[in-house]
Design a protein around this ligand. Structure first.
Ligand code: GLY
Ligand code: MN
Length: 393
């Protein structure tokens, strides 16, 4: 079946609605444990997660016994078709935008008001501007409705992938690995970082990816010391390290990997960096399992690099979750952010994340090795499968 606009392509025969309607039901169960009557979802990736709607704007209002997808006129036809696939699973309705998204939300809440158990509306505090929040608070005050901040009510569910999501991510990991193998093999002196990045983007499209998950990174020579270098006109030359970090989005899900090559025989220092990062990568993997604190995974990678005298050269976190967004929960780094609870900060079976330690020694260069994995009860399943040796071309 061909996907309609606003609907992600679907693996297998199950239509979008029946496959994902359990997500709204799970959120409603979580809402039942709060005094919130309705949650306004404004973060687009979460709108996609709950409804399958993939337009460039949209909101969802989830109540305890239903949900409304709010879209503007550009998407009414596509959203109507999409929601028809939910018909026999959850009650999800369509609310076309009248004058503005915010005003539509207020009108909808006024209409639902009498049926709501409490006059408390939850908002995603990490995904609403202060201006939007203040406007809503004021506009809802007249009806006695209050606005309550929430964090991670949906993200907690999003972080653990279902079987369909895992199949998609497994397929994506294999495809990305093939693109990486080919890209490493085709590196040649005289080509610019930008040309190599364009070749990689074309290879990802040929491999079936809808689009790159982020701007492809190709860094040569001293540019490898910049963790997030942007491809430049610099030409690759014999003696360079070349770092390739790219990701693709397949059927709405992102994968991401990094490898490094040496053009010509590597120096002793380059080989030592790669060995150290490979050890850090292995050390991180060795502690991944259900229930482990994400900070422990990060600490294992960090200890391995400290042991090699490269602790200060590891300047970022060890990994991040993958899914509808290329950076999502869980975050594998040092400490916790204000958005994370103790429970959020642990890996659980079915979470998908990267492991990507690196060392950066400006101006000489750097190495990062990045793979994607699924957390299992006793360890992990790798989704990417390219050798972590320093590739010599
Ligand atoms: N691999 C690119 C990133 O994680 O930002
Ligand atoms: Mn990454």
């Amino acid at each position: 079946m061909t996907a309609q606009a606003g609907e992600p392509p679907s693996r297998g025969s199950l239509a979008v609605g029946p496959r994902i309607s359990g997500r709204i039901a799970a959120l409603q169960t979580r809402l039942d444990r709060t005094d919130i009557s309705a949650l306004l979802v404004t973060h687009l990736p979460t709108v996609v997660y709950l409804t399958g709607f993939t337009g460039s704007a949209g909101m969802v209002l989830v109540t305890r016994d239903g949900a409304m997808l709010i879209v503007d006129s550009r998407y009414v036809t596509a959203a109507t078709r999409l929601l028809a696939t939910f018909a026999r699973t959850v009650a999800i309705g369509l609310e076309p935008v009248q004058s503005s998204y915010e005003q539509t939300v207020v009108m909808l809440l006024d209409r639902l008001g009498p049926a709501m158990r409490s006059r408390v509306v939850g908002i995603e505090s990490a995904h609403m501007t202060v201006a939007q929040h203040d406007w809503l608070v004021q506009a809802l005050a007249a009806s006695g409705t209050t606005v309550q901040s929430t964090t991670n009510l949906v993200e907690d569910g999003r972080a653990v992938k279902d079987a369909h999501e895992l199949d998609t991510l497994r397929d994506a990991g294999l495809r990305l690995s093939s693109v990486m193998t080919q890209a490493l093999r085709e590196l040649r002196p005289g080509r610019s970082e930008r040309e190599v990045a364009a070749d990689i983007d074309r290879a990802m499209a040929r491999a079936g990816f809808e689009r790159p998950a982020f701007e492809t990174i190709v860094a040569a020579g001293g540019n490898t010391a910049l963790p997030h270098a942007r491809p430049s006109a610099r030409l690759l030359a014999v003696g360079d390290l070349v770092l390739l970090d790219f990701g693709g989005r397949l059927e709405g899900y992102c994968v991401d990997m990094t490898r490094v090559a040496s053009l010509g025989p590597p120096t002793v220092e380059f080989t030592a960096w790669n060995d150290a990062v490979r050890e850090a990568h292995a050390a991180a993997l060795s502690v991944v399992r259900d229930g482990v604190a994400a900070v422990e995974v990060d600490a294992a990678a960090r200890r391995a690099l400290e042991h090699r005298g490269l602790g200060d050269a590891f300047t970022h976190g060890t990994g991040h979750g993958l899914g509808i967004e290329v950076h999502e929960a869980p975050r594998i780094g040092q400490g916790r952010t204000s958005m994370e609870t103790e429970a959020d900060a642990r890996l659980r079976v079915g979470m998908v994340c990267t492991i990507e330690p690196g060392v950066y020694v400006p101006p000489r260069g750097g190495i990062r090795l990045e793979d994607d994995l699924v957390v299992t009860k006793t360890g992990y399943e790798l989704l990417t499968n390219v050798s972590r040796d320093l590739h010599v071309v």
